[in-house]
Design a protein around this ligand. Structure first.
Ligand SMILES: *Cc1c(COP(=O)(O)O)cnc(C)c1O
Length: 415
């Protein structure tokens, strides 16, 4: 980053420090990852200089000889990887991708149905503070109070009662496999468009470590930067009959020019995700999450739904005499980064809920396996009983740094 250092030493220094942070800490936020150098290079390329409103062969600006090829390649790879009939790679991120789906199939005020935020759904599934809950009429299903699994009876009853235009399945904090069949049959019964938001699990789906929603869903939205390990961006996969509606909704409905540097980096990530190496990576993510769940269980942590089938673990920490926020803050001081999170039917406020959310995509990218995961669970148990012991937390951070040095992450400069 020699040019950056010369032109803007302040930003260069901050990026350098962030690089060190990502290198030296154990990153457990389930929506984060380490992209490869190939993805970073495409993201940082001259494609950022080009305007390309429209779609391949139908642009509003000239000079698209190469951009068209890049976008078509990304689309081809997305369709091949996920086995979908159509793909739109222009959404700026996951939130605009979801908004495009609602815009394609709903008018203002129409009912849309999704998992409640405080039960693991995303803001854009109709939560009140989001435009999706304000401009449309949100119908929210929840988890079952005992099993903490999606309450499929509630999904069916609410759908029959409210006849939503779109039913969304997908979550940000749900550690179990989602029954896409069950959702699809409800959507078919009430005539709703069935949308799966696979943002968190796209990499698992690509690698065959989670059932694919593509055969059953009308449309599938996703981010490209979570377990899929691409640049920050979004995609929509769809059945052929919905291709036009989605196309129109993304551009000109919602967006202007596509981010071509991101499109190219998405194409690179999709190529990487089609390899056997990535398949192994996806399965290792789940294996690591299961080990993490089992190890934490052994140490007295209380897991929502008892464990995990995917890349994330939701932990209720109140049994250990702490709460989500102080625990997450103490973990950060100890070099372990996660986010505090509500647990289903949480009696505590969202700013200091009962739980933390942990995910294994990033640590799996740097090569962690069973021994490192067990070590990690041990540190977490130590932190839980030493929340205010600064010296102890600093000692753990040193040990974490030492372990991380042996597991260089993709995309990190080698010293
Ligand atoms: C992350 C996420 C999104 C939003 O993606 P952004 O890129 O942050 O806009 C949408 N839906 C789900 C389920 C997510 O996990």
């Amino acid at each position: 980053m020699n040019h950056l250092k010369e032109i803007d030493p302040e930003i260069a220094e901050l990026i350098s420090q962030e690089t060190t942070r990502q290198r030296d800490k154990i990153r457990l936020i389930p929506s984060e990852n380490y992209v490869t150098n190939a993805v970073l290079e495409a993201t940082g390329s001259v494609l950022t200089n080009k305007y390309s409103e429209g779609y391949a062969k139908k642009r509003y600006y000239e000079g698209q000889q190469l951009i068209d090829q890049i976008e078509l390649l990304a689309i081809r790879r997305a369709k091949a990887l996920f086995g979908s009939e159509g793909a739109n790679v222009q959404p700026y991120s996951g939130s605009p991708a979801n908004l495009a789906v609602y815009f394609a199939f709903c008018r203002p005020g129409d009912p849309i149905m999704g998992l409640a935020l405080d039960h693991g759904g995303h803001l854009t599934h109709g939560w009140g503070v989001s435009i999706t809950g304000d401009f449309f009429t949100p119908i929210r299903y929840e988890l079952h109070p005992e099993t903490h699994l999606i309450d499929y009876d509630m999904v069916r009853d609410l759908a029959r009662k409210h006849k939503p235009k779109v039913i969304v399945a997908g979550a940000t904090a749900y550690p179990r496999i989602i029954d896409f069949e069950a959702f699809a049959s409800v959507a078919a019964e009430v005539g709703a468009v069935f949308c799966v938001d696979m943002a968190h699990i796209a990499g698992l789906v690509a690698g065959g470590a989670h059932p694919s929603p593509v055969p059953r869903a009308d449309v599938v939205t996703t981010t490209t930067h979570k377990s899929l390990r691409g640049p920050r961006g979004g995609m929509i996969l769809m059945k052929k009959k919905h291709r036009k509606a989605i196309k129109k909704a993304v551009f000109p409905g919602l967006q202007g020019g596509p981010h071509n540097h991101t499109t190219a980096a998405i194409a690179v990530a999709l190529k990487e995700a089609a390899t056997d190496e990535f398949k192994a990576y996806a399965h290792k993510i789940v294996e690591n999450a299961k080990h993490l769940a089992a190890s934490l269980n052994e140490k007295g942590f209380n897991l929502v739904s008892g464990g995990t089938d995917n890349h994330l673990v939701l932990v209720d920490v109140t049994k250990l005499g702490t709460t989500g926020k102080p625990f997450a803050q103490a973990l950060d001081k100890a070099g372990i980064v996660c986010n505090y999170n509500t647990v289903p039917f949480d009696p505590r406020p969202p700013m200091d809920p009962s739980g933390v959310r942990l995910g294994t995509p990033a640590v799996t990218s740097r090569g962690f396996g069973k021994p490192e995961i067990e070590q990690l669970a041990g540190w977490m148990a130590q932190v839980a009983t030493h929340i205010d012991d600064e010296a102890k937390l600093a000692r753990v951070a040193e040990e974490v740094k030492e372990l991380c040095a042996g597991f260089p992450a993709p995309g990190m400069p080698v010293e």
